[in-house]
Design a protein around this ligand. Structure first.
Ligand code: BV8
Length: 251
């Protein structure tokens, strides 16, 4: 016999039923049960002694390009080996069954929402599987990173420009179109569901503040307290893969 759902879950389901436009903001915790370590979990193995904040920055890359390149290569390999979890699938299924009612804005650079079937996912921090040049190529802006040398990191054979992962590093601007679309959704939704983020990184975390200021109900799913809990009307203490199916597919 299923245990009676926590009272908060019943309230959360009522918020969801009443919501016409749901904006879901996800962070690394969304992918944790797929086997991808979160940003702030102790880095395992080789990376335990490095601070991801240093590695995920232009300065970190310029200071030690091969180390940072290898860190991304190991994360890419790990992401290719895992599958979307029940939380990703619950979001994708609900959006499919209720067209136009749920949008996803993610801080994550993995492709698990997309592989779960979610479409039009707004990626605030880019795509780890993509590459770009570290510096704009002075001679040939259309120069293709696929032609780079087989080194770590790959480099332009003509000018030595290094290839970098297509993610937004600390200190770098977010893609303007993605951030603007995310802000639009935060301002127009009537329910913002925040899943698996420490709320430590801006401007992404500011979307919860914006949603609340704009009149949305804010619901946070996280097994631990976060830095934006004060923005929540309701906190569901638990994990994405366990709670999202209960929230979106209750019966
Ligand atoms: C910028 C890609 C401006 C790379 C990442 C105020 C306004 C604007 C900027 C700032 C500001 N204050 C400070 C800044 C600067 C900075 C910032 O926010 N610093 C913080 C540390 C204070 N922001 C920036 O630099 C941003 N750029 O603002 O540019 C600018 C202006 C002018 C000129 C130039 C620039 C860029 C930020 C993007 C950085 N890139 N990722 C990569 O992945 O390698 S951020 C990276 O960290 C992630 O993408 C993610 O966004 C963040 C990690 O956060 P979370 O996703 O929350 O993950 P975390 O591990 O922290 O937490 C996991 C959570 O999950 C926990 O709460 C845990 O309890 C929970 N959890 C665990 N298991 C589960 C679970 N939840 C559910 N289920 C589970 N099973």
């Amino acid at each position: 016999m299923e245990a009676e759902p926590a009272p908060e879950l019943k309230t959360a389901r009522e918020l969801l039923l009443r919501a016409h436009r749901v904006c879901v903001l996800t962070g690394a915790g969304m992918s944790a049960e797929s086997g991808i370590p979160t940003f702030r979990d102790a880095q395992t193995g080789l990376w335990a002694r490095f601070n991801p904040m240093q590695l995920a920055s232009p300065e970190g890359f310029r200071a030690n390009p091969s180390l940072v390149w290898d860190w991304y290569a190991s994360r890419r390999e790990a992401m290719r080996a895992v599958q979307p979890n029940a939380g990703h699938l619950a979001l994708a299924r609900f959006a499919h069954e209720h067209p136009g009612r749920l949008s996803i804005v993610t801080q994550n650079v993995d492709d698990l929402h997309q592989r779960a079937g979610s479409v039009d996912v707004i990626r605030l921090h880019g795509d780890i599987m993509q590459n770009s040049w570290l510096d704009p190529c002075p001679r040939d802006p259309a120069c293709d990173t696929d032609r780079a040398t087989p080194t770590r990191p790959p480099r332009c054979a003509d000018c030595g420009n290094p290839v970098r992962p297509g993610v937004v590093w600390f200190g770098e601007m977010l893609p303007v179109a993605a951030l603007s679309a995310a802000e639009q959704l935060a301002q127009s939704c009537d329910l913002m569901l925040v899943v698996g983020t420490s709320g430590a990184v801006y401007p992404a975390a500011g979307l919860a503040h914006l949603a609340r200021r704009s009149g949305a109900q804010v619901l946070i799913v996280n097994p631990e307290p976060s830095e934006i809990d004060d923005q929540a009307h309701l906190l569901l203490r638990g994990t994405a893969a366990r709670l999202l199916p209960l929230l979106f597919n209750p019966n």
